[in-house]
Ligand binder design. Structure first.
Ligand SMILES: [Zn+2]
Ligand SMILES: [Zn+2]
Length: 375
């Protein structure tokens, strides 16, 4: 089932800003809220759709991913990671939306603890690396917990104070139209606490930007598009909240000799007319940096494929291995010398329907065809 565009769902332009997005969502949420339309399941469905759209678009990083990749940005990858897409956990964030807008249900973590953002890292690897697997060192700029203040945001020796506006709840109540709304406290931005003397290293944010080097294990058999999830390696949470996850998106560089088809590898090898006619054998390189002998029988036609069992790619998280297919392409001789031409002419004289059965059959067919037409 194809999903509607999030922007269309919220009836906003793609250029909409945060405030416009929020007010569009608020308007639609009021209209379609199940409590306002009891017993109408289509309203509930519509309400879920707009909530999902808002949940993605209100998050700068998710919105950027959606703008670039569309809904595919939140679909689960094949075979990679352990199946935690960006879209996972919708049910839990669903209640966050209620909190954000209506102050219904659910208590946000006290003291402004928020989960850090997920990060995406694109990595290109070679076919050889996908074959063996590898440990890659990657360097990512990431927000990490400030060491100076241990993430509290307060200067050493001081402590954050409970916010006087909300008494530490992070939210204030306000009657507005249809609902009594509970809004994020403007005094502390929902953190429930105020920092009087901010930490100098992080300006009171509790997090600092840092290059972090990570060791990533790429298992053998990964494919183009495989995702690897590193739990807790994303951005640090706000004021001691849990860290987000890091997703490695793998792509495979094109190989100059092999084409990959699932676990199988395909390659083309030119052979001389004489080898194809008389039979012979030759070495073909394999993906494991070795080589294998391929035997062609006499009378091999151009385009014929030979299977080399077990010389393909490993299958991710299994002990199976694909095969390698070698296609021979007969090369017609060019730039002949006088002597070679004589020999080929001699050969042609000795040729018969037995040496070129297909050609002989073809010319017979042509002859019969015109013979019939002539009558
Ligand atoms: Zn700090
Ligand atoms: Zn407050």
């Amino acid at each position: 089932m194809s999903k509607a565009c999030y922007y269309e769902t919220l009836e906003v332009e793609r250029s909409v800003d945060e405030a416009g997005l929020k007010s569009a969502f608020r308007k639609l949420a009021m209209k379609w809220h199940p409590d306002k339309n009891p017993g109408d399941p289509s309203c509930e469905h519509k309400f879920k759709e707009i909530s999902e759209a808002y949940e993605i678009l209100k998050d700068g990083q998710k919105r950027a991913a959606y703008d670039r990749y569309g809904h595919a940005a939140f679909e689960h990858g094949n075979g990679g990671g352990n199946g935690h897409g960006f879209g996972a956990g919708f049910a839990s964030s669903f209640s966050d939306i209620f909190e954000d807008l209506f102050g219904m249900a659910g208590q946000r973590g006290r003291g402004g603890r928020e989960r850090g953002a997920d990060l995406r890292y694109n990595m290109e690897i070679t076919l050889e690396e996908a074959f063996t697997g590898k440990t890659a060192q990657i360097s990512i700029p990431v927000a990490v917990t400030c060491e100076t203040c241990s993430g509290t945001g307060a200067k050493a020796g001081t402590k954050p104070k409970v916010c006087s506006m909300c008494g530490g709840a992070g939210r204030v109540r306000q009657a507005q139209g249809f609902f009594t709304l509970e809004r994020t406290c403007p005094g502390c931005q929902g953190r429930g606490q105020m920092i009087e003397t901010p930490c100098a290293s992080c300006s009171g944010q509790g997090r600092v930007q840092k290059e972090r080097t990570l060791s990533v294990n790429i298992p053998a058999g990964v494919e183009d598009g495989t995702r690897i999830r590193l739990a807790g390696e994303g951005e640090a949470g706000v004021q001691g909240g849990p860290a987000g996850d890091l997703y490695i998106f793998l792509s495979l560089a094109a190989h100059k000799f092999f084409q990959r088809d699932g676990a199988d590898l395909h390659c083309r090898v030119p052979v001389s007319m004489v080898t194809a006619a008389m039979g012979g054998e030759f070495d073909v390189p394999t993906i494991d940096k070795g080589k294998t002998k391929v035997k062609v029988p006499s009378g091999t036609q151009s385009g014929r494929r030979f299977r080399v069992a077990g010389k393909g790619m490993p299958v991710l998280r299994s002990r199976q291995t694909g095969d390698m297919y070698v296609q021979v392409v007969v090369e017609t001789p060019q730039n002949l010398t006088k002597k070679q031409k004589e020999l080929l002419a001699e050969f042609e004289k000795l040729s018969s329907g037995d040496t070129q059965p297909e050609a002989a059959g073809f010319f017979k067919m042509v002859k019969d065809f015109f013979g019939t037409r002539a009558n």
